[in-house]
Write a protein that binds this ligand. Structure first.
Ligand code: NAD
Length: 476
C-alpha cells in the first residue's frame, strides 16, 4: 500500500532503514538519547571553527554572530535538554474518577517515529540542530534536510554529522526543490519545517497526503511600534541591532517601524548614530556586518530600495552582495517594501497618527511571528500586547525573547503553526499518549456500567463519573 506511492522514490530506502531502526526500539532508552545528544555537543565543540568558516563563506556571517546564534544558543538548548530529559520523559500521572482510584492513569511521552526536519539558510546550523535536539531527546529517528542555499554549511552537515550520530537512526539528505519534492512523497510520522509561508503550504499539502502532523515555523513582516514617549537613543540601538544582525536575514527581525512623523524625525539621527557606532562610517568595511546569501536574494532586496525616501544608507555592491544598513523614511503601505517580508538590512518607517492607528495597521495584516513595542509608558506596551496577535512579543527590545528557551517560540496564522525551544521542543516531538492501566480484579466496581441498564445504575454512574462544578467562594 505504502509502496504504491513511493516505489522508485530515491529516498524510500533511507526512510525504510530509519523506520526499521525505530521499530527495533533502539532510540527509546534514555541512555541512548543522552549519548546521541552528548555526541551533538562534541560536534559543536570540535567543528566550531568549521561552522564559523562555513557561515562566513555562505553569507559573510560575522564570527561573533555565528558563535552567538549557531553555537551558543544550540549549546543552551542541548544543556537544557540534557539537564531535564529524565524529568521530561517521566510518565505524568493524572487525576482519576472514583471508579478508577485503584488504577493507573498517565500520559506517556512517546516518540512519533521517523521525523523530517527541513531548515532554511539564514541560521543554517541552529535551525537544524535545535529541532534535532528535541527530536532525539523525544526518541525519534530523524532525516535532516538543510537548505541548499547555504551550501557550505549544507556540505559541513552532510559530511560530518554522520561521524557523530548513529547513522542507523539519523540521516542528512541534501538537495534543492526537485530532491525535496521527492523526499516529501515519503510517509513521515512528523514534519518540522522552518522556511517561507509559500513553501510551508507545499510541505503541509505533502504532509496531508499521509495525515502527517506538522510544525511550520514561517516568516512574515514583524511590526515595531515606537511611541512618542521613549528613550530615543536606546530605541535606535535596540532596533538597529535587531534589524541589521545577520545583515537583516532574521525571521524575527523588526521588519518595519510604525511611529508618528515627529518620532520619525527624532529617530533618524539616532539610528544614524547607532549604525555608525556599530559598523563605523563605512559598514562595507566592518567585520561585523554580513552579506546577502545569494544573487537572487540580493536583487530582490535592491528592488525594494525605491520605497519611500532613502534616509540612511542605500549603497549596494552586487559583486559582494552588499547592501548597506538602510533606513527608508515616509514609506507608504502600497510601496514595494511593504508588500513582502524584507529579510535584509532595510528598515522602512511608516508614519501613523497614534497608537490606535498603529494597532489598526497591524491588525489589518497577516498575523506576524513577532511584534515589538517601545514606550517608557508600560501601559502603551501592554495595550499593543493586548490588542494584537502574533507568534511572540517583546516590549522595549528586539529579538531578545528568542534567547529564552523557557519561552515557546513559534508563529500563528500566516507565521506558522506549533512551537519549540526547551521543553516545548521535546513536547513537539513527543506524542502525548493517554494511558490507563486497570486492575483485573474488583469487578463489582464495573457492574453499574454494564447492561441491562437500570435507573439505579444510572444513579451510581452519575455519582462516580460526574465532574462537579466547584462552588463559588462564599466568604466574599
Ligand atoms: P524556503 O521556504 O525557501 O526554504 C526552506 C526549505 O524548504 C529549504 O530546505 C528548501 O530546500 C526547501 N524548499 C524550498 N522550496 C521548496 C519547494 N518548492 N518544495 C519543497 N521544498 C522546498 O525558505 P528560505 O528562503 O530558506 O528561508 C527564508 C524564510 O524562512 C523566510 O520567510 C523566513 O522568515 C523564514 N524563517 C522562519 C524562521 C522561524 O523560526 N519561524 C526562521 C528562519 C527563517
Amino acid at each position: 500500500m505504502v509502496c504504491s506511492t513511493v516505489c522508485g522514490n530515491p529516498y524510500a530506502g533511507v526512510v525504510s532503514h530509519l523506520r526499521a531502526s525505530w521499530l527495533s526500539g533502539k532510540t527509546r532508552p534514555m541512555e541512548y538519547r543522552m549519548a546521541q545528544l552528548e555526541a551533538l555537543g562534541r560536534f559543536l565543540d570540535e567543528k566550531k571553527q568549521e561552522i564559523l568558516e562555513a557561515t562566513d563563506l555562505d553569507m559573510g556571517k560575522p564570527s561573533f554572530e555565528a558563535y552567538f546564534t549557531e553555537i551558543l544558543l544550540c549549546k543552551n538548548e542541548l544543556n537544557t535538554t540534557l539537564n531535564n530529559l529524565c524529568h521530561w520523559m517521566k510518565d505524568e500521572y493524572v487525576e482519576k474518577n472514583l471508579v478508577l482510584q485503584l488504577d493507573s492513569a498517565f500520559i506517556r511521552k512517546d516518540p512519533y517515529g521517523v521525523v523530517l526536519i527541513m531548515a532554511p539558510w539564514n541560521y543554517p546550523i541552529q535551525l537544524v540542530l535545535v529541532p534535532l535536539i528535541g527530536a532525539i531527546a523525544a526518541g525519534n529517528c530523524v532525516i535532516i534536510k538543510p537548505s541548499e542555499i547555504s551550501k557550505n554549511t549544507e556540505r559541513l552537515l552532510a559530511e560530518t554529522l554522520s561521524c557523530y550520530l548513529d547513522t542507523d537512526c539519523f540521516a542528512v539528505v541534501t538537495g534543492g526543490v526537485q530532491e525535496t519534492t521527492r523526499l516529501l512523497e515519503n510517509k513521515f510520522d512528523y514534519i518540522f519545517f522552518t522556511g517561507s509561508p509559500r513553501v510551508g503550504q507545499i510541505v503541509m499539502t505533502a504532509a496531508a497526503k499521509h495525515l502527517t502532523p506538522v510544525t511550520l515555523e514561517l516568516g512574515g513582516k514583524n511590526p515595531c511600534y515606537v511611541s512618542d514617549t521613549c528613550d530615543v537613543p536606546n530605541v535606535a540601538r535596540r532596533v538597529a541591532w535587531g534589524r541589521f544582525f545577520n545583515a537583516g536575514q532574521t525571521c524575527i527581525a523588526p521588519d518595519y517601524l510604525l511611529c508618528t512623523l515627529e518620532m520619525q524625525e527624532k529617530l533618524m539621527p539616532a539610528l544614524r548614530e547607532a549604525i555608525t557606532e556599530f559598523f563605523g562610517s563605512n559598514p562595507k568595511e566592518s567585520p561585523d556586518f554580513g552579506r546577502i546569501v545569494g544573487d537572487k536574494q540580493f536583487r530582490r532586496l535592491r528592488a525594494l530600495l525605491c520605497s519611500g525616501r532613502v534616509a540612511i544608507g542605500g549603497q549596494t555592491d552586487e559583486a559582494e552582495r552588499y547592501i548597506a544598513p538602510t533606513v527608508l523614511a515616509d514609506v507608504q503601505p502600497s510601496d514595494p517594501a511593504m508588500q513582502e517580508e524584507i529579510f535584509g538590512p532595510i528598515l522602512p518607517i511608516v508614519v501613523v497618527a497614534n497608537m490606535d492607528e498603529a494597532i489598526d495597521f497591524i491588525n489589518a495584516r497577516p498575523r506576524p511571528l513577532a511584534i515589538y513595542a517601545f514606550s517608557c509608558d508600560s501601559k502603551v506596551v501592554n495595550q499593543v500586547l493586548e490588542r494584537t496577535s502574533s507568534g511572540g512579543f517583546c516590549g522595549n527590545d528586539t529579538l531578545m525573547h528568542f534567547t529564552l528557551n523557557s519561552l515557546p517560540f513559534g508563529g500563528i496564522g500566516n507565521s506558522g503553526l506549533g512551537k519549540y525551544h526547551g521543553k516545548f521542543t521535546f513536547d513537539t516531538f513527543s506524542h502525548h499518549r493517554g494511558c490507563l492501566h486497570r486492575n483485573m480484579g474488583l469487578e463489582a466496581l464495573n457492574t453499574p456500567r454494564y447492561p441491562p441498564y437500570t435507573q439505579q445504575k444510572m444513579g451510581l454512574i452519575t455519582a462516580t463519573f460526574e465532574v462537579k462544578r466547584k462552588g463559588t467562594c462564599t466568604l466574599l
